[in-house]
Unconditional design. Structure first.
Length: 150
């Protein structure tokens, strides 16, 4: 396993802020009230998580597309097809209310981790990619689970 470079690790962890913030404001009514007053109701609880989760799944499709450019032949076709799935998943599966949208985002991030695994095995992504993605996905899923299961 290769060490995760500092910049991707720090930026990846910073990218968790909206998920963690959403979970905290879901768990703390006082923090949710303060956040809604200061930032607006869209930026607290499950609302920030669901919107940001959709954005991140779409962003990850772009990252995977970049990795797919390293593939050749049939593997390239497979990699490109897999790379668009997270964005399409976010688009089609995040309606229907906060519980179902949150659950579908959990499934989307879990599926993304499977795609990440394939890209690492195909040597399209760097060796440190999967350890980073496991850390980030675990925290994202735990944060989304707060809104889905509590």
């Amino acid at each position: 396993m290769t060490r995760i470079p500092t910049a991707p690790l720090v930026l990846g962890l910073a990218g968790l802020i909206p998920f963690v913030w959403g979970a905290l404001t879901y768990l703390s009514p006082a923090l949710q009230h303060w956040g809604a007053d200061m930032l607006g109701p869209r930026f607290v609880g499950p609302y920030v998580q669901l919107f940001y989760g959709s954005v991140i799944l779409s962003f990850m499709s772009g990252v995977l597309w970049g990795f797919a450019t390293k593939a050749q032949g049939g593997q390239a076709t497979t990699a490109y097809v897999l790379s668009v799935i997270p964005a399409l998943w976010a688009f089609f599966m995040t309606g229907g209310g906060p519980i179902s949208a949150g659950m579908n985002l959990i499934f989307g991030f879990a599926g993304l981790l499977l795609i990440d695994t394939a890209f690492v095995r195909w040597q399209l992504a760097p060796g440190w990619w999967l350890p980073l993605r496991v850390i980030l996905t675990t925290i994202v899923v735990l944060c989304l689970a707060v809104g889905v299961f509590l």
